[in-house]
Ligand binder design. Structure first.
Ligand SMILES: [Zn+2]
Length: 280
């Protein structure tokens, strides 16, 4: 198989229908892979969940979440995809989907419901949606069109959930690239809105674990940690090229009302999403 190079990753904010998304249009044009980080507007949820809450586990009306998810897929012209939304548990379990058959997708849904913080999808028309309010959304895309959507809070970063998802992708396709390192070097990595270092104060023990694992460069100062930098260090160690890692540059805590923040809201809020799917 001849796999062509991906365009270098970029992330831009734009409207999709009436919804604010952050996406890479060049990636979608060249590979069919759509990556979208969502915001808070354009949905039907109310109160602390207003308005595009995509998560069912936060106390919002189930019908409102269903409508919000429907609007999101519709806005991206993807109403017909199979949507898989895992039950996120701040772990490192990865569920992968390598067939569009109903049986396989249903089995993946059951596995993901038992607890998963990353989905790897190797087939078209299956969408992975993970939900966030301060934790870091990471999407990894291969030139083959295979992708991973990852939920990385600080526990996930320390546990290596993004590296685990990368490993699952490499396992499936490294041979197409002549080895794991050249495969990893060809992947694009997209880091979505999350709690930035200036707002992420941690306990001394957590801070020390990060510095041990990822070096001084992930420390913003002696109390605060840069999760994006820690993730980038972890992925670069596995062969990802630093110039193929892009960060949306939006802090969920101090970046305005455009995203949900668990910390800023005091704990009751909706969840924005990281969504990816591939069209052929
Ligand atoms: Zn901030």
């Amino acid at each position: 198989m001849n796999v062509s190079n991906l365009p270098l990753p970029t992330l831009s904010a734009r409207l999709a229908g009436t919804l604010d998304i952050i996406t890479d249009d060049a990636l979608a044009r060249t590979t069919g892979v759509r990556v979208a980080f969502t915001g808070t507007s354009g949905g039907v949820s109310e109160g602390p969940y207003a308005s595009l809450n995509l998560a069912t586990h936060v106390g919002d009306s189930f019908a409102a979440v269903e409508e919000n998810r429907r609007r999101l897929l519709h806005a991206l012209d993807a109403s017909d995809v199979e949507l898989v939304v895992p039950n996120q548990v701040h772990g490192t379990n990865v569920v992968s989907i390598e067939s569009r058959s109903t049986t396989v997708v249903e089995r993946a849904r059951v596995d993901a419901e038992r607890g998963a913080d990353a989905l790897v999808v190797g087939v078209p028309d299956v969408a992975a949606l993970l939900c966030f309010a301060d934790c870091v959304p990471v999407v990894i895309v291969s030139p083959t069109g295979r992708f991973a959507v990852v939920h990385a809070g600080w526990r996930g970063v320390v546990g290596g959930v993004a590296e685990q998802a990368l490993e699952v992708m490499l396992e499936a396709e490294a041979s197409l690239f002549g080895g794991r390192e050249s495969a990893a070097a060809s992947y694009n990595v997209y880091i979505g809105p999350h709690i930035h270092a200036e707002c992420f104060e941690t306990g001394f023990d957590v801070h020390a674990r990060f510095v041990d694992l990822f070096g001084d460069q992930c420390a913003f100062d002696d109390r605060r940690i840069d999760l994006s930098k820690a993730l980038s260090v972890g992925l670069a160690r596995k062969g990802v090229d630093a110039c193929r890692i892009v960060d949306a540059g939006v802090c969920t805590v101090c970046g305005g009302q455009g995203h949900y923040s668990y910390r800023a809201s005091g704990g009751t809020c909706g969840r924005h999403g990281a969504l990816a799917f591939r069209r052929v």
